[in-house]
Ligand binder design. Structure first.
Ligand code: FAD
Length: 497
C-alpha cells in the first residue's frame, strides 16, 4: 500500500555549495510541507574552491527568485562568457570555449559546415570571428542584451555564495545545526538511515537524507557503502593547490585554463580578488614544483595556499535507500570545464522533481541515478576530449593522455567530427554542438569534409553571408562597455536588501 502522507523531515548533511544550494531550493519550493534541517561543521569547513560556473546557474537563480545585482554584490561575482584555454593544443596556442552560438545554423547542418566550405574557398577569417560572446570576452567587454542575446555565467566567491544561499534558506525556514557528525545510525530493519549522531550526544532523525559532506561521502559511502566507480584511468589529475591573490589586471569576463606539462592552472577573476590554482597529476609532478609554479604566476597572495586531493569518478548509486548524494559526495570530474556546481544544480532540481510524497520509492531512485549518471558521463567525455585531442607530446604526462584509450562514446564523437564535421547534442546534454565544435577545433581536430548544404551558395554569395555575420558580431561587440566598469555600475545600481 502506498503511504501518501508527505515526507516530513529532510536532513542535509554538509553546508558547502551543494548543501546550501539544496537547502535554498527545497526551502523555497517545498518549505511549506517539509521540515528541513542542515548540519554543518565550521571546524571542518568547506573545500573552498568552485568559483567558476556555467550559464544554467543564471536560471537556477531565477527559479529561486534571486535578484541578480544583489547576488553579485553578495558573492563578489563577475560575468563569465567562456574559458580561454592556453597551451592545450600545443605550447603557445590559445583558443576560447565560449558560451555563445557561432554564425547561423541551417536545420540540416551547423554553422561549422559553412565556415569549413568558406575556408576551403580561401576565406581567411577564424571561426572565432562569428561568435559575439567570444569576441566580447576576449575584448574584456560585457552587457546584458535584449532577449538574452548574451549567454553568460558567473565567477563567484564560493564562501560568500554559500553564505548568501544560507541567508535565503534560513529566511525560508531551513534550520541550521552546527555540529560534527560522528556516526550515522541505520534502521536495523530497513537498512535506511535513521539518524545522524552529532557531537554532544545530539541525534537528528530524518525520513530522507542528503549527503553533501564532500569527498568524504559520510552517509552514501561511510554508512551505506554505495560504491565508487573510479575514472582516474581517463582523468589522471589527482591533486590541486589553490590560493587567492590580488588581481593582475582588471577582471576579465572569462576563466583562464593554462596547460602545463603535467596538468593546468586556473585563474578566476572575481570583483575583489583572483581565485587561482594548479591542477596536476602527482605521478608526473611533485607537490613542491607544483607550488612553485603556482606561486610564481599569481599576484600577491591573500591566504596560504592549500592542497586538495581528489579522484575522478562517480558513486555507483547517487541515490541509495533514503539517501541522495549531491556535489562532491556524488562524484567528481576535474574542474576544467567548471561543471560541478552545474551537476549540483541538476541534482537539486531533479531531486525536487522526484521528491517523495510518502514513502521513498525505489523507482524514483532508479530514475534519479540514471539521469544523473548520464549527465556526469557526458561531462566526463567532454573533459577527456581536452586531453585526448592534443598535439602536445612534450612530456610524459601529455604522451600518456594522448595515447590512452577513451570511452567509446567519446571516440565516436571525435571520429565523426573529424570525418564529417558533424556533431550532435543527444539526451539533453549540457554541452551543445557549438561547445563541442569550439573545443574539438581548438584542440586540433580538423574536419576533413562538410555537409553538402554548404555548397548551395555560390562563392560570392557565401562570402557575403559570412561577411554579414562577422560584421554583425564586430559591430555589436564595439558597442559594449568594459566588463569591469559594467559590473561596478550594475552591482552598485541597487542597494542591498
Ligand atoms: P564541500 O565544500 O567539501 O562541503 C562539505 C560540507 O560537509 C562542509 O560544510 C563540511 O563542514 C561538511 N562536513 C563534512 N564532514 C562533516 C562532519 N563529519 N560533520 C559535519 N559536517 C561535515 N566546481 C565548479 O563548478 N567550478 C569550479 O571552478 C570548480 N573548481 C574546483 C577546483 C578544484 C581543485 C576542486 C577539487 C573542485 C572544484 N569544483 C569546481 C568543485 C566544487 O568545489 C564543488 O562543486 C563545490 O565546492 C561543492 O562542494 P560540496 O558542497 O559538495 O563539498
Amino acid at each position: 500500500m502506498n503511504d501518501t502522507k508527505p515526507l516530513r523531515r529532510v536532513v542535509i548533511a554538509g553546508g558547502g555549495t551543494s548543501g546550501w544550494m539544496m537547502a535554498a531550493a527545497i526551502a523555497r519550493t517545498l518549505g511549506h510541507t517539509v521540515d528541513l534541517t542542515l548540519v554543518e561543521s565550521e571546524q571542518i569547513g568547506t573545500i573552498g574552491v568552485g568559483e567558476s560556473t556555467i550559464p544554467p546557474l543564471v536560471n537556477f537563480n531565477r527559479i529561486l527568485g534571486i535578484a541578480e545585482p544583489e547576488f553579485m554584490r553578495a558573492a563578489q561575482a563577475t560575468f563569465k562568457l567562456g574559458i580561454l584555454f592556453d597551451n592545450w593544443k600545443y605550447d603557445g596556442h590559445s583558443y576560447f570555449h565560449s558560451f555563445g552560438l557561432s554564425g547561423k545554423d541551417h536545420w540540416s547542418a551547423g554553422f561549422q559546415h559553412f565556415w569549413l566550405a568558406a575556408r576551403a574557398k580561401g576565406c581567411p577569417h577564424s571561426y572565432d570571428d562569428y561568435c559575439l560572446e567570444l569576441v566580447a570576452g576576449l575584448q574584456g567587454k560585457f552587457a546584458h542584451l535584449p532577449e538574452d542575446r548574451m549567454n553568460y555565467a558567473y565567477h563567484v566567491d564560493a564562501t560568500l555564495y554559500g553564505r548568501y544561499l544560507r541567508k535565503l534558506a534560513e529566511a525560508d525556514g531551513a534550520k541550521r545545526v552546527e555540529g560534527r557528525i560522528e556516526k550515522v545510525e541505520l534502521d536495523g530493519e530497513t537498512g535506511n538511515i535513521a539518524a545522524l549522531l552529532l557531537d554532544g550526544d545530539r541525534r537528528i532523525e530524518g525520513d530522507m537524507f542528503v549527503d553533501c559532506t564532500g569527498f568524504r561521502g559520510l552517509l552514501i559511502d561511510g554508512a551505506l557503502h554505495a560504491g565508487f566507480e573510479d575514472w582516474s584511468h581517463w582523468l589522471p589529475n589527482d591533486s590541486a593547490i589553490a590560493v587567492q591573490s590580488d588581481h593582475l589586471g582588471p577582471p576579465m569576463p572569462y576563466t583562464q585554463a593554462i596547460a602545463h606539462d603535467a596538468g593546468w592552472q586556473w585563474r578566476i577573476p572575481l570583483q575583489h580578488r583572483m581565485g587561482a590554482g594548479i591542477v596536476y597529476s602527482s605521478g608526473y609532478l611533485s607537490r613542491d614544483e607544483a607550488l612553485n609554479r603556482l606561486m610564481s604566476s599569481v599576484g600577491t597572495p591573500r591566504i596560504e595556499p592549500f592542497d586538495i586531493k581528489f579522484k575522478g569518478g562517480v558513486r555507483r548509486k547517487q541515490w541509495y535507500r533514503n539517501c541522495v548524494a549531491v556535489g562532491l559526495a556524488g562524484g567528481f570530474v576535474e574542474p576544467l570545464e567548471a561543471t560541478t556546481v552545474h551537476l549540483i544544480q541538476r541534482a537539486v532540481l531533479r531531486f525536487i522533481r522526484l521528491m517523495p510524497n510518502g514513502r521513498v520509492s525505489e523507482r524514483d531512485a532508479i530514475e534519479f541515478n540514471e539521469q544523473q549518471r548520464q549527465d556526469i558521463e557526458q561531462i566526463r567525455d567532454f573533459v577527456i576530449l581536452h586531453y585526448k585531442a592534443t598535439e602536445r607530446r612534450d612530456s610524459p604526462f601529455w604522451r600518456h593522455v594522448a595515447a590512452m584509450p577513451v570511452p567509446d562514446s567519446l571516440q565516436q564523437k571525435i571520429e565523426l567530427f573529424r570525418e564529417t564535421g558533424r556533431t550532435f547534442r543527444k539526451n539533453e546534454e549540457l554541452f551543445a554542438e557549438n561547445s563541442w565544435v569550439q573545443v574539438m577545433m581548438g584542440q586540433g581536430v580538423d574536419p576533413q569534409s562538410w555537409h553538402p548544404i554548404a555548397e548551395k551558395f555560390g562563392d560570392d554569395e557565401l562570402e557575403k553571408f559570412m561577411a554579414g555575420l562577422r560584421e554583425n558580431v564586430a559591430r555589436t561587440a564595439a558597442t559594449l562597455p568594459e566588463h569591469h566598469l559594467y559590473v561596478a555600475r550594475y552591482c552598485g545600481a541597487e542597494e542591498p536588501q
